[in-house]
Design a protein around this ligand. Structure first.
Ligand SMILES: NC(=O)c1ccc[n+]([C@@H]2O[C@H](COP(=O)([O-])OP(=O)(O)OC[C@H]3O[C@@H](n4cnc5c(N)ncnc54)[C@H](OP(=O)(O)O)[C@@H]3O)[C@@H](O)[C@H]2O)c1
Length: 279
């Protein structure tokens, strides 16, 4: 069979998802297409009607429809329900089921290069409390690490994350100033705000003076590939982890749900980097 896959969102003209999923289809030796279905809010019902009529096998959902899509689904898995957001829809016998693969995709992307990082003694600092951070926070607490503290400009948004907690994981909500002061406590620092993204590439959400050199600093912003925060961390001798790896692994997880193929995609991280650099 030829898989019918795609992406809805607005705007999505520059999305890397078609490239990523074409690589996956090749790797899995499957026939198929991954198409962009762009539309503004007004066009969305018709876009979705078209996808129903076409009987697509599945599709990704990106900004600004990750919450809106919920109203069009027959079912959602538990994580998507708790997060109230969906980035992957699977056609299961005519019914649309929603999943959120951002958080688990993030975890897969960090475990691949750092297999021993997420243990029950690991302390994590999450910078930011937006949509991407919600999924990452939930996936990190599901790893049963020791601590996942959150620092955000608006503290109330970070406090709302506490309802996503499971198990024994401890969380404190901090200001950026407080986080900077106790930076040496963390084994992993995950930057999820849009600060440092092109064109504001000089911006850096926190200062790293108290960083330990065995800490992993991860930034989910992937344009530029090496943000100012990552460059600073590298100069200080810390280990770094780039955002495009998350992009690849959330796609790997979606592809797995559509096709039941669990692909080894580690070798594609560098190819995606070259693609992003326009090489
Ligand atoms: N690598 C990947 O696969 C991937 C996936 C998803 C997203 N991303 C990237 O992650 C970033 C965030 O995406 P999102 O969907 O989570 O966005 P979002 O829901 O709009 O959240 C934005 C976050 O950035 C913070 N922020 C924005 N401007 C700020 C400023 N000037 N100073 C301090 N904090 C600021 C917000 O703080 P407040 O809450 O205080 O406003 C919030 O924590 C984007 O750059 C996006 O491209 C990457």
């Amino acid at each position: 069979m030829a898989y019918k896959l795609g992406l809805i969102g607005h705007p999505i003209g520059h999305s890397l998802s078609p490239w990523i999923h074409d690589q996956f289809l090749d790797l899995a030796r499957l026939d198929g297409e991954y198409k962009l279905y762009e539309g503004d809010h007004q066009a969305l019902p018709n876009v979705l009607k078209h996808l129903k009529e076409k009987a697509v096998d599945g599709f990704n959902v990106t900004v600004p429809y990750k919450q809106v899509i919920v109203d069009y689904l027959d079912e959602m898995n538990e994580d998507a329900r708790i997060l109230g957001a969906v980035n992957t829809v699977v056609n299961e016998g005519g019914k649309w089921k929603g999943y959120s693969t951002d958080g688990e995709g993030y975890v897969r992307s960090i475990v691949e290069p750092f297999p021993n990082l997420l243990k029950n003694q690991t302390s994590v600092l999450l910078l930011g409390a937006g949509g991407a951070a919600r999924g990452i926070y939930r996936a990190l607490v599901q790893q049963q690490v020791k601590t996942v503290d959150i620092a955000n400009r608006s503290k109330d948004k970070a406090e709302a994350f506490l309802s996503l907690r499971t198990g024994e994981v401890k969380t404190s909500v901090l200001s950026y100033h407080e986080a900077e002061a106790q930076l040496s406590e963390y084994d992993l620092i995950v930057q999820t705000t849009s600060v440092g993204m092109k064109p504001n590439v000089e911006d850096q959400i926190i200062q790293l003076d108290n960083l330990r050199n065995d800490t992993v600093v991860s930034d989910i912003v992937y344009q530029p590939i090496t943000t100012s925060l990552l460059e600073d961390a590298k100069q200080r001798g810390a280990k770094i982890h780039h955002g495009h790896a998350m992009l690849l692994y959330q796609g790997q997880l979606a592809f797995e749900k559509w096709t039941n193929k669990n692909l080894d995609v580690a070798h594609l991280v560098d190819r995606l980097e070259n693609k992003l650099r326009g090489e």
